[in-house]
Design a protein around this ligand. Structure first.
Ligand SMILES: [Zn+2]
Length: 200
């Protein structure tokens, strides 16, 4: 028999992290392309963005070329892609150089390998201007999480970019609070050593 789950964050009720997560509107729309293998991952942080950011939409899959929502958004919006490619610039640089500010940020949710695969399978994404976090934003998070080698999680990178966009250094703190809660409950549930071994 399966345990009762929270219908918002999909965690067992004892591990619900979303109780205080009320949606807030971001200053720019978000589309998270989630690799289908990530949807069941216990640390699915894209879900936090979906619950905590009003104008955030998630599509799960790998090849989105036949997806009507995806194609419609790309046709109607001025999109950019959060991805640290060689040509990527900071948000400030991108918006100072272009006349029309992007009104949609696309975020790839998956390991580096899966993100690259999504990029490869969806060439339209390669044609979008790429943005990356400014050094200041990135180092801010690296200091806070200095003990970890891994890259930022999807929710952390998303919030960091939204803070650069809005120039509000406290924006979407509710998402990061829920992220902390999720991590802490996950560690508690599986024990510190198992967590370190499997997720670090
Ligand atoms: Zn919940």
């Amino acid at each position: 028999m399966s345990r009762a789950r929270c219908e918002r964050c999909l965690k067992p009720l004892s591990m619900c992290y979303c109780k205080d997560l009320t949606p807030e509107k971001a200053t720019v729309d978000l589309l998270i392309l989630q690799h289908f293998r990530e949807t069941k991952h216990p640390l699915n942080t894209a879900r936090i963005a979906e619950l905590g950011i009003e104008n955030c939409h998630i599509l799960a899959g790998e090849d989105f070329s036949q997806n009507a929502t995806f194609n419609n958004l790309l046709q109607t919006k001025n999109a950019c892609l959060l991805f640290p490619s060689e040509q990527a610039t900071s948000w400030q640089q991108l918006t100072s150089e272009s006349e029309q500010k992007p009104d949609l940020i696309i975020v790839l949710d998956g390991t580096w390998r899966k993100a690259r695969k999504m990029l490869y399978l969806n060439p339209v994404l390669q044609s979008l201007p790429a943005v990356t976090l400014s050094e200041a934003a990135e180092s801010n998070y690296r200091i806070r999480k200095a003990s970890e080698e891994s890259a930022l999680s999807t929710i952390e990178a998303t919030v960091a970019l939204l803070r650069e966009v809005s120039q509000d250094t406290h924006a979407h703190q509710n998402c990061l609070d829920s992220f902390e809660r999720m991590i802490n409950m996950q560690i508690e549930a599986m024990g510190q050593s198992t967590f370190q071994k499997n997720y670090r």
